[in-house]
Design a protein around this ligand. Structure first.
Ligand code: MLT
Length: 258
């Protein structure tokens, strides 16, 4: 289904849980979490962020996290979700915090996985510039190949590595470029995270090198009602690498909020 400009799918019934994917993937990365949302009596809303998956990239749109968050808010309107629990992994977490900045009243609870509230540091910004050139010259597949060693733990199964590679390589140059620019220029959202007065679960793969557990633990400590949990053995894409542990944490959190 599609609303406004984003493509989405709905599963189950109950209070809404909105899943926001990581970079450079799409909503299909969350299919393993449907069981947790269903078991907790929730309706799952899986969204392809701007330009990813089946969502178009509006012509001439200026890249920003706010633009991506506005499109998510339009999708919440389209599915009749006045408030929702947002589950965001990495880029999805940046978008969730951007939604919280724009419309805190729409956020019922928050799950932040393998992400950060801080803006890019200078080294990361410099890396974005290299990645922009790589995507321009060689496409999204070349970028995923470069990122893979940090996206997954070293002992991740070959089949998962291939799945992530295929998912990333299928995204358009334009969408990946848009998101790279949006991430590079995103503001610090530490104040937004600290001000949110809703239940939050902060999850980190114990072997995540992109958003390490110590940073995620500090993020949780800076929030008013957050609990931190480390997922043993997972790298950055913790929901894909350790779905059982991720789902147990997610389901417990969702059930507690009912
Ligand atoms: C992601 O997994 O979404 C990316 O690693 C986010 C980023 O590059 O900052």
């Amino acid at each position: 289904m599609s609303a406004t400009n984003l493509s989405y799918e709905l599963h189950g019934a109950g209070p809404d849980v909105v899943f926001l994917h990581s970079f450079p993937l799409d909503r299909s990365m969350w299919k393993g979490q449907l069981v947790a949302a269903g078991a907790a009596g929730r309706r799952a809303v899986l969204i392809d962020l701007t330009g990813f998956g089946a969502s178009p990239l509006p012509a001439g749109a200026a890249p920003s996290l706010d633009a991506m968050a506005h499109a998510v808010l339009d999708t919440l309107d389209a599915v009749g979700a006045a408030r929702a629990t947002l589950v965001g992994l990495s880029l999805g977490g940046y978008v969730a915090l951007a939604v919280a900045a724009l419309a805190p009243e729409r956020v019922e609870a928050l799950v932040l996985a393998d992400t950060r509230a801080a803006a890019d540091d200078p080294a990361t910004r410099a890396g974005r510039m290299l990645n922009l050139a790589l995507v321009r010259d060689r496409g999204a597949g070349a970028l995923v190949d470069k990122m893979l060693p940090k996206l997954l733990a070293p002992d991740a199964p070959e089949a998962l590595r291939a799945e992530v590679r295929a998912l990333g390589a299928a995204q358009s140059r334009e969408a990946v470029t848009f998101a790279l620019l949006a991430m590079r220029d995103r503001p610090d959202r530490g104040d937004v995270a600290a001000a949110l007065d809703v239940p939050a679960l902060v999850l980190a793969g114990s072997r995540d090198e992109i958003t390490p557990p110590r940073e995620m633990r500090a993020l949780a400590a800076s929030m008013r009602r957050a609990r931190f949990e480390e997922l043993g053995g997972a790298g950055h894409l913790s929901s894909l690498e350790r779905p059982a542990a991720f789902n147990a944490a997610l389901e417990g959190f969702l059930r507690a909020g009912r």
